[in-house]
Design a protein around this ligand. Structure first.
Ligand code: AMP
Ligand code: MG
Length: 332
Protein backbone atom coordinates (compact mmCIF):
# COMPACT_ATOMS: atom_id res chain seq x y z
CA UNK A 1 0.00 0.00 0.00
CA UNK A 2 1.20 3.51 -0.77
CA UNK A 3 0.95 5.82 2.25
CA UNK A 4 -0.32 9.35 1.51
CA UNK A 5 1.41 12.25 3.27
CA UNK A 6 -1.06 14.98 4.23
CA UNK A 7 -0.73 18.45 5.75
CA UNK A 8 -2.86 19.91 8.54
CA UNK A 9 -4.86 22.08 6.09
CA UNK A 10 -8.66 21.75 6.23
CA UNK A 11 -8.62 20.37 2.72
CA UNK A 12 -6.19 17.59 3.65
CA UNK A 13 -7.98 16.85 6.93
CA UNK A 14 -11.18 16.29 4.94
CA UNK A 15 -9.30 13.79 2.75
CA UNK A 16 -8.07 12.09 5.95
CA UNK A 17 -11.63 12.05 7.34
CA UNK A 18 -12.90 10.34 4.16
CA UNK A 19 -10.24 7.65 4.59
CA UNK A 20 -11.40 7.05 8.19
CA UNK A 21 -15.06 6.94 7.12
CA UNK A 22 -14.30 4.31 4.50
CA UNK A 23 -12.53 2.03 6.99
CA UNK A 24 -8.92 3.15 6.37
CA UNK A 25 -6.16 4.15 8.80
CA UNK A 26 -4.66 7.62 9.31
CA UNK A 27 -1.85 8.61 11.71
CA UNK A 28 -2.43 12.03 13.29
CA UNK A 29 -0.80 14.30 15.88
CA UNK A 30 -2.06 14.68 19.43
CA UNK A 31 -0.51 16.58 22.33
CA UNK A 32 0.74 13.32 23.88
CA UNK A 33 2.07 11.13 21.04
CA UNK A 34 1.02 10.47 17.42
CA UNK A 35 -2.04 8.22 17.15
CA UNK A 36 -2.92 5.60 14.54
CA UNK A 37 -6.60 6.28 13.89
CA UNK A 38 -9.48 4.26 12.51
CA UNK A 39 -13.28 4.33 12.88
CA UNK A 40 -13.84 3.22 16.51
CA UNK A 41 -17.29 1.87 15.65
CA UNK A 42 -15.94 -0.48 12.97
CA UNK A 43 -14.53 -3.86 14.03
CA UNK A 44 -12.89 -4.02 10.60
CA UNK A 45 -10.96 -0.76 11.18
CA UNK A 46 -9.93 -1.74 14.72
CA UNK A 47 -8.61 -5.09 13.50
CA UNK A 48 -6.61 -3.26 10.82
CA UNK A 49 -5.05 -1.07 13.55
CA UNK A 50 -3.90 -4.13 15.55
CA UNK A 51 -2.49 -5.64 12.39
CA UNK A 52 -0.55 -2.55 11.25
CA UNK A 53 1.03 -2.15 14.70
CA UNK A 54 1.52 -5.84 15.45
CA UNK A 55 -0.38 -5.13 18.68
CA UNK A 56 -1.76 -7.97 20.84
CA UNK A 57 -5.54 -8.02 20.32
CA UNK A 58 -6.34 -8.07 24.06
CA UNK A 59 -4.84 -4.57 24.45
CA UNK A 60 -7.82 -2.22 24.05
CA UNK A 61 -7.74 0.99 22.02
CA UNK A 62 -8.48 4.48 23.30
CA UNK A 63 -11.47 6.07 21.57
CA UNK A 64 -10.98 9.76 20.69
CA UNK A 65 -13.84 12.25 20.57
CA UNK A 66 -14.01 15.90 19.49
CA UNK A 67 -16.09 17.21 22.44
CA UNK A 68 -17.39 16.01 25.81
CA UNK A 69 -20.99 15.63 24.54
CA UNK A 70 -19.87 12.70 22.36
CA UNK A 71 -19.25 10.58 25.49
CA UNK A 72 -22.99 9.90 25.62
CA UNK A 73 -22.87 8.21 22.18
CA UNK A 74 -20.43 5.52 23.31
CA UNK A 75 -20.62 5.22 27.12
CA UNK A 76 -23.62 3.73 28.90
CA UNK A 77 -22.97 5.81 32.03
CA UNK A 78 -21.12 9.09 32.51
CA UNK A 79 -20.96 9.41 36.32
CA UNK A 80 -20.88 12.90 37.87
CA UNK A 81 -17.26 12.59 38.97
CA UNK A 82 -16.15 11.54 35.49
CA UNK A 83 -18.06 14.48 34.08
CA UNK A 84 -16.33 16.83 36.52
CA UNK A 85 -12.91 15.58 35.41
CA UNK A 86 -13.90 15.97 31.76
CA UNK A 87 -15.12 19.52 32.35
CA UNK A 88 -11.88 20.45 34.10
CA UNK A 89 -9.30 18.61 31.99
CA UNK A 90 -10.68 18.07 28.47
CA UNK A 91 -9.54 18.69 25.88
CA UNK A 92 -6.30 17.26 27.28
CA UNK A 93 -4.06 14.29 28.08
CA UNK A 94 -6.58 12.34 30.20
CA UNK A 95 -8.44 9.14 29.25
CA UNK A 96 -11.55 8.03 31.17
CA UNK A 97 -12.59 4.37 31.35
CA UNK A 98 -16.42 4.05 31.39
CA UNK A 99 -18.99 1.28 30.77
CA UNK A 100 -19.48 0.94 27.00
CA UNK A 101 -22.52 0.85 24.75
CA UNK A 102 -22.79 -2.11 22.33
CA UNK A 103 -22.21 0.26 19.41
CA UNK A 104 -18.50 0.09 20.34
CA UNK A 105 -17.35 -3.30 19.02
CA UNK A 106 -15.41 -5.80 21.14
CA UNK A 107 -12.57 -5.51 18.63
CA UNK A 108 -12.03 -1.91 19.80
CA UNK A 109 -12.10 -2.68 23.53
CA UNK A 110 -10.21 -5.97 23.46
CA UNK A 111 -13.40 -7.75 24.58
CA UNK A 112 -13.88 -5.55 27.69
CA UNK A 113 -17.31 -4.14 28.57
CA UNK A 114 -15.71 -0.76 29.23
CA UNK A 115 -14.39 1.83 26.81
CA UNK A 116 -11.46 4.23 27.27
CA UNK A 117 -12.33 7.74 26.01
CA UNK A 118 -10.25 10.86 25.42
CA UNK A 119 -10.84 14.30 23.96
CA UNK A 120 -7.39 15.43 22.77
CA UNK A 121 -6.14 19.02 23.06
CA UNK A 122 -4.49 19.05 19.63
CA UNK A 123 -6.71 20.99 17.25
CA UNK A 124 -5.78 18.95 14.18
CA UNK A 125 -6.86 15.81 16.02
CA UNK A 126 -10.22 17.31 17.03
CA UNK A 127 -10.91 18.64 13.53
CA UNK A 128 -10.16 15.23 12.04
CA UNK A 129 -12.63 13.56 14.44
CA UNK A 130 -15.27 16.19 13.69
CA UNK A 131 -14.88 15.86 9.92
CA UNK A 132 -14.96 12.06 10.13
CA UNK A 133 -18.22 12.22 12.09
CA UNK A 134 -17.31 9.10 14.07
CA UNK A 135 -15.19 8.57 17.18
CA UNK A 136 -11.63 7.56 16.27
CA UNK A 137 -9.89 4.61 17.92
CA UNK A 138 -6.19 5.38 18.14
CA UNK A 139 -3.30 3.72 19.91
CA UNK A 140 0.17 5.20 19.58
CA UNK A 141 1.26 5.09 15.92
CA UNK A 142 4.35 2.95 16.42
CA UNK A 143 5.19 -0.69 15.84
CA UNK A 144 4.13 -2.44 19.05
CA UNK A 145 6.92 -2.52 21.63
CA UNK A 146 8.93 0.35 20.10
CA UNK A 147 9.15 3.84 21.66
CA UNK A 148 5.97 5.85 20.95
CA UNK A 149 6.19 8.39 18.08
CA UNK A 150 6.37 12.09 18.99
CA UNK A 151 7.09 13.31 15.41
CA UNK A 152 5.46 12.32 12.12
CA UNK A 153 8.85 11.13 10.88
CA UNK A 154 8.79 8.45 13.62
CA UNK A 155 5.46 7.21 12.27
CA UNK A 156 6.91 7.12 8.74
CA UNK A 157 9.81 5.04 10.02
CA UNK A 158 7.52 2.41 11.58
CA UNK A 159 4.39 2.38 9.41
CA UNK A 160 5.15 3.69 5.89
CA UNK A 161 3.48 1.36 3.38
CA UNK A 162 1.29 -0.22 6.09
CA UNK A 163 -1.34 2.52 6.58
CA UNK A 164 -3.33 4.80 4.26
CA UNK A 165 -2.11 8.21 5.38
CA UNK A 166 0.09 10.16 7.77
CA UNK A 167 -0.73 13.75 8.77
CA UNK A 168 2.50 15.74 8.97
CA UNK A 169 1.64 17.76 12.08
CA UNK A 170 3.81 19.37 14.69
CA UNK A 171 6.01 17.49 17.20
CA UNK A 172 4.05 16.46 20.31
CA UNK A 173 4.33 18.86 23.24
CA UNK A 174 3.53 16.39 26.04
CA UNK A 175 5.60 13.46 24.90
CA UNK A 176 4.19 10.64 27.04
CA UNK A 177 0.81 8.96 26.63
CA UNK A 178 -2.37 10.10 28.40
CA UNK A 179 -3.20 9.30 32.01
CA UNK A 180 -5.77 6.47 31.97
CA UNK A 181 -8.30 6.77 34.82
CA UNK A 182 -10.85 4.08 35.66
CA UNK A 183 -14.12 5.83 36.56
CA UNK A 184 -16.32 2.72 36.73
CA UNK A 185 -16.14 2.49 40.53
CA UNK A 186 -16.72 4.82 43.45
CA UNK A 187 -13.15 6.12 43.59
CA UNK A 188 -11.03 7.13 40.59
CA UNK A 189 -8.06 4.86 39.93
CA UNK A 190 -5.09 5.57 37.68
CA UNK A 191 -4.41 2.60 35.41
CA UNK A 192 -1.60 4.29 33.46
CA UNK A 193 0.35 7.26 34.89
CA UNK A 194 0.77 10.36 32.73
CA UNK A 195 0.87 14.15 32.77
CA UNK A 196 -2.40 14.32 34.77
CA UNK A 197 -1.32 13.27 38.26
CA UNK A 198 -3.35 11.86 41.20
CA UNK A 199 -2.93 15.22 42.96
CA UNK A 200 -4.70 17.00 40.09
CA UNK A 201 -7.57 14.48 40.19
CA UNK A 202 -7.90 14.79 43.97
CA UNK A 203 -7.94 18.57 43.75
CA UNK A 204 -10.83 18.49 41.27
CA UNK A 205 -12.93 15.77 42.90
CA UNK A 206 -11.99 16.13 46.56
CA UNK A 207 -11.54 12.34 46.58
CA UNK A 208 -8.48 10.14 47.10
CA UNK A 209 -7.00 8.86 43.83
CA UNK A 210 -4.58 5.94 43.82
CA UNK A 211 -2.61 4.04 41.19
CA UNK A 212 -3.64 0.52 40.20
CA UNK A 213 -1.45 -1.46 42.67
CA UNK A 214 -0.28 -3.72 39.82
CA UNK A 215 1.57 -0.91 38.06
CA UNK A 216 3.64 -0.10 41.15
CA UNK A 217 5.14 -3.56 41.17
CA UNK A 218 7.60 -3.45 38.32
CA UNK A 219 8.02 -6.22 35.75
CA UNK A 220 4.65 -7.95 35.61
CA UNK A 221 5.58 -11.09 33.76
CA UNK A 222 7.01 -13.00 36.72
CA UNK A 223 4.83 -15.37 38.74
CA UNK A 224 2.68 -14.15 41.61
CA UNK A 225 2.46 -10.59 40.33
CA UNK A 226 -0.80 -8.64 40.23
CA UNK A 227 -2.44 -8.28 36.81
CA UNK A 228 -2.77 -4.63 35.72
CA UNK A 229 -6.33 -3.45 34.98
CA UNK A 230 -5.16 -1.69 31.81
CA UNK A 231 -4.19 -4.74 29.74
CA UNK A 232 -1.52 -2.76 27.87
CA UNK A 233 0.47 -2.16 31.06
CA UNK A 234 1.60 -5.77 31.20
CA UNK A 235 3.49 -5.65 27.92
CA UNK A 236 7.12 -4.80 27.29
CA UNK A 237 7.06 -1.31 25.87
CA UNK A 238 9.04 1.65 24.67
CA UNK A 239 12.13 -0.47 24.10
CA UNK A 240 15.08 0.89 22.11
CA UNK A 241 17.12 -1.69 20.21
CA UNK A 242 20.21 -0.78 22.25
CA UNK A 243 20.77 -2.01 25.80
CA UNK A 244 19.72 0.71 28.23
CA UNK A 245 21.03 1.27 31.77
CA UNK A 246 19.34 3.71 34.15
CA UNK A 247 21.48 5.41 36.79
CA UNK A 248 19.77 6.37 40.02
CA UNK A 249 21.10 8.56 42.85
CA UNK A 250 21.91 12.23 43.43
CA UNK A 251 22.06 14.23 40.18
CA UNK A 252 25.79 14.95 40.60
CA UNK A 253 26.67 11.30 41.30
CA UNK A 254 24.56 10.11 38.40
CA UNK A 255 26.13 12.56 35.96
CA UNK A 256 29.63 11.59 37.10
CA UNK A 257 28.92 7.84 36.91
CA UNK A 258 27.36 8.09 33.45
CA UNK A 259 30.21 10.16 32.04
CA UNK A 260 32.89 7.87 33.50
CA UNK A 261 31.18 4.72 32.24
CA UNK A 262 30.61 6.28 28.80
CA UNK A 263 34.31 7.17 28.56
CA UNK A 264 35.33 3.64 29.51
CA UNK A 265 32.95 1.97 27.06
CA UNK A 266 33.95 4.30 24.22
CA UNK A 267 37.58 3.34 24.75
CA UNK A 268 36.52 -0.28 24.37
CA UNK A 269 35.01 0.69 20.99
CA UNK A 270 31.31 0.80 21.94
CA UNK A 271 28.86 3.26 20.37
CA UNK A 272 27.54 4.90 23.56
CA UNK A 273 24.67 7.40 23.94
CA UNK A 274 24.15 9.30 27.18
CA UNK A 275 20.79 10.81 28.13
CA UNK A 276 20.65 13.14 31.12
CA UNK A 277 17.43 14.97 32.01
CA UNK A 278 17.21 17.75 34.57
CA UNK A 279 13.43 17.70 35.00
CA UNK A 280 10.37 15.55 34.29
CA UNK A 281 8.74 17.84 31.67
CA UNK A 282 11.88 17.83 29.51
CA UNK A 283 12.25 14.09 30.01
CA UNK A 284 8.63 13.46 28.98
CA UNK A 285 8.92 15.62 25.87
CA UNK A 286 12.22 14.14 24.69
CA UNK A 287 12.48 10.56 25.95
CA UNK A 288 10.95 8.66 23.01
CA UNK A 289 12.66 10.83 20.36
CA UNK A 290 16.02 10.43 22.14
CA UNK A 291 15.63 6.64 22.24
CA UNK A 292 14.78 6.56 18.54
CA UNK A 293 17.76 8.81 17.73
CA UNK A 294 20.04 6.48 19.65
CA UNK A 295 18.76 3.53 17.61
CA UNK A 296 19.09 5.43 14.32
CA UNK A 297 22.70 6.27 15.21
CA UNK A 298 23.43 2.57 15.80
CA UNK A 299 23.95 2.84 19.57
CA UNK A 300 25.16 -0.29 21.36
CA UNK A 301 24.29 1.06 24.77
CA UNK A 302 22.30 3.95 26.27
CA UNK A 303 23.28 5.32 29.68
CA UNK A 304 20.44 7.42 31.09
CA UNK A 305 19.71 9.28 34.31
CA UNK A 306 16.70 8.22 36.39
CA UNK A 307 14.46 10.97 37.75
CA UNK A 308 14.32 11.36 41.54
CA UNK A 309 11.34 9.68 43.20
CA UNK A 310 8.70 11.59 45.13
CA UNK A 311 7.02 13.76 42.49
CA UNK A 312 4.06 12.22 40.64
CA UNK A 313 5.15 13.57 37.28
CA UNK A 314 8.59 12.03 37.78
CA UNK A 315 6.81 8.75 38.55
CA UNK A 316 4.86 8.93 35.26
CA UNK A 317 8.01 9.45 33.20
CA UNK A 318 9.95 6.84 35.19
CA UNK A 319 7.18 4.33 34.43
CA UNK A 320 8.23 4.64 30.75
CA UNK A 321 11.97 4.87 31.41
CA UNK A 322 12.01 1.74 33.56
CA UNK A 323 10.20 -0.24 30.85
CA UNK A 324 12.53 1.14 28.17
CA UNK A 325 15.49 0.01 30.24
CA UNK A 326 13.95 -3.38 31.06
CA UNK A 327 14.13 -2.36 34.77
CA UNK A 328 17.89 -2.26 34.50
CA UNK A 329 18.77 0.21 37.30
CA UNK A 330 22.23 0.97 38.69
CA UNK A 331 22.30 2.74 42.06
CA UNK A 332 25.19 5.16 42.48
P1 AMP B 1 -2.07 3.16 23.78
O1 AMP B 1 -3.13 2.82 22.80
O2 AMP B 1 -0.74 2.64 23.36
O3 AMP B 1 -2.07 4.60 24.17
O4 AMP B 1 -2.49 2.37 25.09
C1 AMP B 1 -3.79 2.50 25.62
C2 AMP B 1 -3.78 2.07 27.07
O5 AMP B 1 -5.10 2.21 27.62
C3 AMP B 1 -3.36 0.61 27.24
O6 AMP B 1 -2.58 0.47 28.40
C4 AMP B 1 -4.72 -0.06 27.39
O7 AMP B 1 -4.60 -1.29 28.06
C5 AMP B 1 -5.51 0.98 28.18
N1 AMP B 1 -6.96 0.81 27.97
C6 AMP B 1 -7.66 1.05 26.85
N2 AMP B 1 -8.96 0.74 27.01
C7 AMP B 1 -9.10 0.30 28.28
C8 AMP B 1 -10.21 -0.18 29.06
N3 AMP B 1 -11.42 -0.27 28.56
N4 AMP B 1 -9.96 -0.56 30.34
C9 AMP B 1 -8.72 -0.46 30.85
N5 AMP B 1 -7.63 -0.02 30.17
C10 AMP B 1 -7.82 0.35 28.90
MG1 MG C 1 1.32 2.64 22.82
Amino acid sequence: MKTQYLTTSDEDLKIAAEIIKSGGLVAFPTETVYGLGGNALSAFASKAIYEAKGRPSDNPLIVHISCTEEVDDIAMRFPDNARKLAEALWPGPMTLVLPKFDVVPDATTGGLDTVAIRCPLNETARKLIKYAGVPIAAPSANTSGRPSPTKWEHVKHDLDGKIDAIIMGEPCIGGIESTVIDMTEELPMILRPGLITPEIVTKILGLPCDYDPAIKEGPSDSEGKLVPRAPGMKYKHYAPKAQMNLYSGSFENVKKAINEEAEKLKQEGANVVTIIYEDAETAARNLFADLRNADDGGADIILASALPSGESLNYSVMNRMLKSAGYNVIEV
